[in-house]
Design a protein around this ligand. Structure first.
Ligand code: URA
Length: 237
């Protein structure tokens, strides 16, 4: 988008429109390292580099918060070294430079947040904040009550003891059991490792909630912007 230089400066909060005109006329503004001291010049947002007193001036990007239903077979990174599909391939029509909050394994599906809000990402991924994550896991066999009690007490995996987790049986099938598991940590492949530690390998794993945010009926590969209420909730965590 092309706009007048003085409007660009005032939009970026450098000064009022009138004052920005004075700054331009004083020769303190450069566009792509060339001094521009005439009024009426236009600049292209996101392409031209604008400096005032040799300091780059940028407009704050609007903060966006997106919930994606990540399908299996996508990596949770912006770029993959093995050229596998990434979750970013699923996001269309979003101009802001967003990135995933935390990660889900390649073969795990479900709720993944994406944002350009670094502070929120830090908060949600920092162990101190203990934001719960709820998963639906299909495991092989039927875990006993004693086996599941281990989840509540903490399990040893990779040489550390997991925090208490909640677990409930949702459905029993002939060879598989569907479990609902809520953890407050996010160690590498934690749910899979916890289930393996009690002797029940995970077939399918899907994250259905992060804190109070629920995946709901978003279909695989679909995404939506968070509502004001959901954003407010995240800010309060
Ligand atoms: N636990 C896992 O094992 N995998 C995930 O992707 C998330 C939690």
């Amino acid at each position: 988008m092309e706009i007048r230089l003085q409007k660009y400066l005032s939009d970026c909060g450098v000064a009022s429109r009138r004052k920005s005109e004075e700054i331009i006329l004083s020769g303190r503004v450069k566009v792509n390292d060339e001094v521009v001291d005439i009024l009426g010049s236009k600049v292209i947002i996101g392409v031209d580099v604008i400096k005032v007193n040799d300091v780059v001036v940028k407009k704050d990007e609007k903060k966006v918060y997106i919930m994606l239903h990540k399908p299996e077979g996508y990596v949770t990174t912006v770029k993959d070294q093995f050229e596998r599909p990434t979750v970013m391939d699923l996001i269309k029509d979003v101009d802001e430079r967003i990135y995933p909050v935390g990660r889900l394994d390649y073969e795990t599906s479900g709720l993944l947040l994406l944002t350009n809000d670094g502070e929120l990402t830090f908060k949600l991924t920092h162990p101190k904040h203990e934001v719960s994550k709820t998963y639906i896991a299909q495991v092989i066999g039927l875990p006993t009550k004693e086996e599941l009690d281990n989840f509540k007490e903490g399990l040893f995996i990779d040489g550390y003891k997991t925090s208490k987790a909640e677990v409930n049986i949702i459905k029993k099938m002939e060879r598989m059991t569907t479990l609902k598991i809520t953890i407050i940590e996010g160690k590498n492949r934690q749910v899979r490792k916890m289930c393996e530690a009690i002797g029940h390998k995970v077939g399918n794993l899907k994250r259905v909630a992060t804190g109070k945010l629920e995946l709901g009926d978003l279909t695989r590969g679909e995404y939506r912007y968070l509502t004001e209420k959901e954003i407010e909730y995240l800010m309060k965590i």
